[in-house]
Design a protein around this ligand. Structure first.
Ligand code: NAD
Length: 462
């Protein structure tokens, strides 16, 4: 799209196509979901290569977090579509004689999906599945920071989907800014809170509803578990949800660990052991951990670490190689809480452990910061579990595991407060991209005369 004029013409064409009813019926929606499944099947090898090129993501991780996930979601939507699209009867009060009421889900129209670079295929296709299942025309703007994945989506999608209703527009902030200024029926944005604010401000001009999938610092609370088996499992899950989740470049990756002081040295020793098991003696040689996406983010992480007080708290790792954009799995013990490192989302393979006097102090710690996208609590203590549910607020709360909540089609995925607004996945995606229209039907026979003027005192006594 070269000029705003061109863009408007393209979008008007899509709107007309939508208004023609082409995307409404179940057969069209099914054919699009089937097209996505074919794409995921037939272009899998190219997707692996693109993800390896853009992020150094190993195909196993790429399948687990992106391709396999998207297949699961598309299959789930296909199997559920009939039920999701069905009209729901609504109950009415007894007095509503000869009246029926229904809730009918209808598509919103022309929607915009803007995605981020860290899960560049998954976070483009996951919302696309919901938007298509709900019968919308869609423009997808993938992230320019994962260029191979972005161009793969732009080139491949038209061959598998209805190209009159689905378009991929590639580009960076300038293109994206142009896009958000247009009139949409919905915008689903995945990215930073900084850009999320700009998207929301632009959307307000047209009263366009937005779903904002943002980030933040997700804590893992590690209680002093009763058996060494449980401890090992917990440590493995925490490290997997940090270094094994795009090298910590994931919105729901563990950002930092909260642990009781007396339990910190055993936790640290176990972490060192498990980093060795996961990434070998020389992690730089391992293909298992993804690379930092680009030089800008590499230098951002390097700067965070170069704060002398932060650097002094490194207890494991710390080496980095700018040429290969590699940062070793790194653990820090009690870095200063006021440092940028502990104020900003880390989004990289640097894991701070923060020690507390009592594990219950983690509740205040979490509550004194912006509401996270996810909270993970490793504990067998029922009372701590109850308090976490009742006293903290986050997009999701997972006990004794991390990141796994992303896979559940039956759970809403989204943030709260600073970590976002709205949600999607499974039926929640369908609802996010639908309008639930209230439809009431009446006959002409019966009515209550007192509901019509003229008003008088007698009517007030009834
Ligand atoms: P980003 O906000 O820099 O970019 C996201 C998208 O917005 C990109 O497609 C980009 O081209 C576009 N964009 C950039 N500037 C824009 C502007 N001025 N106007 C409109 N669009 C603009 O975020 P990122 O670096 O791609 O992603 C990292 C952030 O995303 C982290 O904070 C992470 O936690 C968050 N994230 C959230 C989720 C989630 O599901 N909640 C998933 C992945 C990443």
């Amino acid at each position: 799209m070269e000029t705003l004029g061109d863009l408007e013409v393209h979008l008007e064409g899509m709107r007309e196509y939508y208004r023609g009813g082409n995307t409404r019926g179940a057969p069209w929606r099914k054919s699009q979901l089937q097209g996505l499944l074919r794409l995921l099947e037939e272009r899998e090898a190219e997707m692996f290569m693109a993800l390896e090129h853009d992020l150094g993501k190993h195909p196993v991780e790429a399948y687990r977090d992106e391709i396999g996930c998207a297949k699961k979601s598309a299959n789930y939507a296909l199997g559920s579509l009939k039920g999701w699209m069905s009209t729901q009867k609504a109950k009415l009060p007894l007095g509503a004689v000869l009246t029926t009421a229904e809730i009918i889900p209808e598509p919103l129209g022309l929607v915009l999906i803007i995605s981020s670079w860290n899960v560049p295929i998954g976070l483009s296709l996951e919302p696309l599945i919901g938007a298509l299942a709900a019968g919308n025309a869609v423009v997808l703007k993938p992230s320019e920071l994962a260029p191979r994945c972005s161009s793969l989506l732009a080139n491949a999608l038209p061959a598998y989907l209805d190209s009159k209703a689905v378009k991929v527009i590639e580009g960076g902030p300038a293109v994206s800014e142009q896009l958000v200024q247009q009139k949409w029926d919905k915008i689903l944005f995945t990215g930073s809170a900084r850009v999320g604010r700009m998207v929301m401000a632009a959307a307000a001009n047209h009263l366009t509803p937005v779903t904002l999938e943002l980030g933040g610092k997700c804590p893992a609370v590690l209680d002093s578990l009763s058996s060494s088996w449980d401890r090992e499992v917990a440590i493995q899950r925490i490290l997997g949800a940090k270094f094994g989740a795009c090298a910590g470049q994931a919105c729901i990756a563990v950002d930092y660990v909260l642990v009781e002081k007396r339990f910190s040295s055993i936790s640290l020793e176990l972490m060192k052991v498990w980093i060795g098991k996961m990434f070998g003696e020389n992690p730089r040689e391992s293909r298992t951990m993804a690379r930092i996406v680009n030089k800008h983010h590499f230098l951002r992480l390097k700067t965070l670490l170069e704060d002398p007080n932060v650097k002094a708290s490194i207890v494991h790792g710390g080496s980095m190689d700018e040429n290969s954009l590699f940062i070793e799995p790194t653990i820090l013990l009690d870095p200063p809480l006021e440092s940028d490192f502990m104020q900003d989302e880390i989004f990289g393979p640097l894991l701070p452990i923060i020690t507390l006097k009592k594990i219950e102090d983690s509740i205040n710690f979490i509550n004194s910061r912006p509401k996270p996208l996810a909270v993970y609590v490793f504990t067998q203590n029922d009372s701590l579990q109850k308090r976490m549910v009742a006293e903290t607020s986050s997009g999701s709360l997972t006990f004794n595991d991390a990141v796994i909540q992303y896979l559940a089609d039956t759970l809403p995925f989204g943030g709260v407060g600073e970590s976002g607004m709205g949600n999607y996945h499974g039926k929640f995606s369908f609802d996010t991209f639908s309008h639930h229209k209230a439809v009431m039907r009446r006959g002409f026979l019966v009515d209550f005369w007192f509901r019509f003027p003229p008003w008088n005192d007698h009517k007030l006594q009834l």
